[in-house]
Design a protein around this ligand. Structure first.
Ligand code: PLP
Ligand code: NAG
Ligand code: NAG
Ligand code: NAG
Ligand code: NAG
Ligand code: NAG
Ligand code: NAG
Ligand code: NAG
Length: 532
């Protein structure tokens, strides 16, 4: 059967794309190579190519899809050898690096020696230069300069968030408010806030966008109580600062939130001069979106680079607006952050300059020196083109999946997020879904994941470490979360349905090298395995 498919495939591809065949056999072109992956899926290549024409007409009328017809060969050349014929649908977990990107990284590190920049010699000044260059490249991507923002390298978005929590000038009058759809790593900031006697509270998108509730921190707004804990500080800064946090794109269903909140928040929703600072979690946003900090000058922005460009891991950044840099209360100190300290007495002088004061220990300088090749990779296509490309596939996938019905007329999927509006400013490249049977009962996500995995699809299941979004979409109450949590361990495991409610879903996330053929294979998989 497989042989037949491959023969048919080769035949078709030679007809359609004009491969090279001689008497010694057919020479595999990059297109052949690209299409050969799909022979591992139970699909008709002919039907797929026909559907592709329709897809392009409807979803790519202005050539949004495929980077001017270069995607197939690009994937074959740059990614496919590492895919083991799998279909990777987990771009929100991590981006993918390309072969040429890694070649450049290798050539760079292999042709020069980089030394610890804390030493002062001519070799370590090369490291200084590389790190300086990386900071400039980052600032440029956000359309700002070092006069406006400071780049602090961290271990990742989570490390950056922890640093904000630790350093924010909390007082016993401060408020920490966050959109429900934030990642666990943002929620964790509340522990630092509570320690200093501050309060925290969640808000919904509706509360932020609707009229009527002037003071969102007022319990009258939604009846959700503020939470307090006994402070540990005995003396506070005189001025009170508050923090509001939201994700650019949420990692559960891919919903995007208005960047305008950065500008509006301090004034319209909380009263003028109320000292609200805004934290934008851009971790899931930046792989397909551009962030202009001139236009949306968030006080804090956090990111992980591997999510944007695949490599390197273990490196992220916290961007802090220079105006608020001096408010940050650094507590821990370590190598690199100290000008002078005394071992016997409680004396320590920290570095003036922001990045030096906040980067404890030796920064990951080889990774930082490798960043530029990832940025070059993203710029090769351009963020806007990437978004257009990815969203053309996401729209197609959503339309097909949401229209798939069982013979009983009931839908095969429940899909979360805001896809139905087909608006790329409010929905990013994630399709999070639950599968249902012909009677309307949920099929546990672990069963779906197992079958998908056997077939070659790599997705994420579970609650994506985003309790607010997950339990909100699934209509699970705080009491139920507590009850179920006693039965579970970690963010995604076997207990996938509790009392008829799914505790998580299947997250399909796409990225810059996703293709039509992958989406098509995915749809066919569900038709063959879950449609009854
Ligand atoms: C929206 C969002 N914020 C924060 C994080 C945490 O990123 P990291 O694990 O790289 O620190 C993630 C990762 O999935 C995310 O999607
Ligand atoms: C296949 O392509 C390679 C590289 O372009 C070439 O060297 C080889 O002669 C070709 N073989 C056939 C059978 O066309
Ligand atoms: C392959 O597809 C055919 C036609 O859709 C279907 O009848 C068959 O069950 C599928 N086989 C597998 C292994 O999924
Ligand atoms: C496709 O080609 C046009 C014309 O050369 C160019 O303007 C556009 O940026 C290209 N698009 C992509 C995604 O490379
Ligand atoms: C905050 O702490 C100060 C002492 O630093 C105290 O006077 C004040 O009553 C506290 N306010 C609240 C709301 O606990
Ligand atoms: C950068 O900011 C300037 C000034 O606000 C604006 O005109 C320009 O379009 C922005 N550029 C990018 C790439 O966002
Ligand atoms: C949510 O769950 C509650 C109780 O479990 C139920 O009364 C309510 O109708 C549900 N709402 C939706 C939108 O499913
Ligand atoms: C996908 O959606 C489900 C809801 O069905 C949710 O529980 C799950 O956490 C989501 N998965 C991921 C990986 O975000």
């Amino acid at each position: 059967m497989k042989v037949n498919i491959i023969l048919l495939l080769t035949f078709l591809i030679n007809i359609v794309f004009g491969g090279y065949c001689t008497q010694e056999g057919c020479n595999e072109t990059l297109l052949d190579k690209y299409y050969s992956r799909f022979s591992h899926y139970n699909i008709s290549i002919e039907a797929m190519l026909k559907e592709k024409e329709e897809f392009k007409k409807q979803y790519s009328p202005n050539n949004e899809y495929g980077y001017n017809n270069t995607i197939e060969e690009f994937v074959a050349e740059e990614l496919q050898d590492r895919l083991d014929n799998k279909i990777f649908f987990d771009y929100t977990a991590n981006g993918v690096y390309t072969k040429s990107q890694m070649q450049k990284v290798f050539n760079n590190l292999n042709s020069k020696f980089f030394a610890n920049a804390h030493s002062h010699n001519s070799v370590s000044s090369r490291t200084d230069n590389a790190v300086h260059e990386a900071r400039q490249l980052i600032l440029k991507r956000f359309n700002v300069t070092s006069a406006e923002y400071t780049v602090i390298f961290t271990a990742g978005a989570t490390g950056a968030l922890k640093l904000i929590g630790e350093s924010f000038p909390w007082t016993n009058n401060s408020k920490f408010m966050y959109l429900r759809q934030n990642h666990n790593s943002v929620l964790g900031i509340r522990e630092y806030a509570l320690e200093q006697g501050a309060e925290f509270k969640t808000v919904t998108e509706e509360e932020l966008t609707s009229e009527g509730c002037d003071n969102l921190f007022d319990e009258k707004c939604d009846g959700i109580p503020k939470i307090l804990r006994k402070p540990t500080l005995t003396e506070y800064p005189t001025k009170v600062y508050n923090l509001f946090a939201f994700p650019g794109t949420e990692n559960f269903a891919g919903v995007k939130y208005p960047l305008e909140w950065v500008n509006k928040f301090g004034n319209e929703k909380t009263g003028k001069n109320n000292n609200w600072l805004v934290l934008l979690d851009a971790a899931a946003y930046l792989s397909t979106g551009r962030l202009d900090l001139r236009k949306y000058p968030a006080d804090f922005v956090v990111m992980s680079f591997y999510k944007i460009i695949g490599y390197p891991t273990g490196l992220g950044a916290l961007l802090v607006k220079n105006e608020v840099m001096d408010l940050m209360q650094k507590s821990f100190f370590g190598g690199g952050t100290v000008v002078m300290s005394d071992c016997d007495t409680h004396f320590c002088l920290l570095h003036e300059s922001g990045c030096q004061r906040f980067e404890d220990g030796t920064i990951s300088f080889l990774s930082i020196a490798s960043l530029k090749y990832g940025f070059e990779q993203q710029d090769h296509f351009g963020v806007e083109n990437i978004q257009n490309h990815v969203m053309s596939i996401v729209d197609y996938l959503y339309d097909k999946l949401s229209n798939l019905k069982h013979s009983t007329g009931l839908p095969v999927f429940e899909i979360y997020g805001k896809h139905a509006q087909h608006d790329h400013s409010i929905q990013g490249p994630i399709i999070n879904l639950s599968v249902k049977d012909e009677k309307g009962n949920y099929v546990g996500y672990s069963i779906v994941e197992k079958k998908l995995d056997e077939a070659g699809f790599q997705v994420r299941t579970g609650s994506s470490c985003n309790p607010g979004a997950c339990y909100g979409y699934l209509n699970i109450t705080s009491d139920e979360v507590k009850k179920f949590s006693l039965l579970r361990n970690g963010c995604g495991d076997e207990h996938d349905i509790m009392e008829g409610k799914p505790l998580g879903g299947v997250r399909v996330s796409l990225g810059y090298l996703s293709t039509f053929e992958e989406a098509y294979s995915f749809i066919e998989f569900f038709k063959q395995n879950f449609q009854h």
